[in-house]
Design a binder for this molecule. Sequence first.
Ligand code: EPZ
Length: 430
Amino acid sequence: MEQYIIKGGNTLAGEVEIGGAKNAALAILAAANMTNETVHIDNLPDVRDINALLEAMEGIGAHIERIDRHTVTVNGSGVENFIVESESMKKIRASYYLLGALLGKYKKAQVPLPGGCNIGSRPIDQHLKGFKAMGAVTKVEHGFIIAEAKTLHGAHIFLDMVSVGATINIMMAAAMAEGNTTIENAAKEPHVVDVANFLNSMGASIKGAGTDVIRIRGVKSLHKTEYSIIPDQIEAGTFMFAAAVTGGDIVLHNVIPKHLEATSAKLLELGCTVHEYDDAIRVIGPKKLLATHVKTMPYPGFPTDMQPQIAVSLALADGTSIVTESIFENRFRYVDELARMGASVKVEGNIAVISGVEKFTGARVSAPDLRAGAALVIAGLAAEGITIVDDIYYIERGYENLDKKLKALGAVIEKVASEKEIQKFQLKVG
Ligand code: EPZ
């Protein structure tokens, strides 16, 4: 088991390159199986979730070639087994994207029920509702979701709630269904748009992605493409809050500032300075952060995936803040860990009342999920003394080289794998 060990207190400054969006990449890789031709995908993050999906795709017969760390080609012509059996698939939520992709192309798919971060109950009823409306029969057997259709036809689908996963999954299946599909109350997240752009570059006909009504005209086949994935807004936001809590000055490259507007707006309320450029953003943290309130919402609202990172920042702010989590009910599991570092946070249902403290003190904490894990690392950067973050397995699901990127910005952080290495670090940094 590996840990991050951090000696806090350094001001982070410098430049950092943001990688490709994990959550866009997961769907795009699944969709790449929908053509028999070779698809070239660039700006792929090299993180555990992506590698688990690539492995599962090979398991069903796709041919994957890694051109370099961030570039792959996918050829799905060899896919002949519609049963996704990989053990690792059970652990990642996005396994369900193979359901929409395979159902669209082959009219049948069998995928393990998704797992993923423990951030609350994660039903997929809206995905299944969409598939059923298009003529598929779905059932759950022996831990698998099975979806099958004699013919998949277009349908008018009104989602009961805004769901990124359901929007993308239905969009993929509908891209190769007969006739027209309309998705109402669709998610508007940048990665929904990215997946639509990717499918359109393969010959699909999808209009309206980025609005709450998406119209899809099914096509018979899709063709090869070359595609570069959008930058990861959550990785970017994580570094923006790292600048905020350390009173730092960080320039992030390879970002789309428009996708970060909700985060930038909150950073301004916290007292940070934010400069936007074409594909870069600079965040300068203040001497003392200011308290504010925040509620997570679907895009363009403040993202749930940034909630732990802003909460950590508010825990160091001057005054009392209220954080309302409106997407996932179980996303405050890091609060007990943060309390070990001296934070004062009281959770009532989906609301956290945060009374800012003067400083955090380093402690041994454990990452309860991906984003909360990253937030604890940020807390460690700001804390006095040494913080050890256990269970960084979660963090590595979605962040590539988080430790190395932070180190390049002046953080004192190491990835270690034993108590001996922890002691060595402690001796080294004093
Ligand atoms: C995606 O999850 C992301 N995961 C999550 O990122 C992200 O937190 C979430 O969207 C919200 O932005 C991937 O893209 C792989 P939803 P997803 O469907 O698609 C409810 C990260 O840290 N719902 O938009 O699963 C659901 O319970 C991860 O990178 C249903 O009730 O999220 C939730 O309350 C964590 N029925 C809300 O909708 C359904 O059929 C939004 O979920 C589907 C969803």
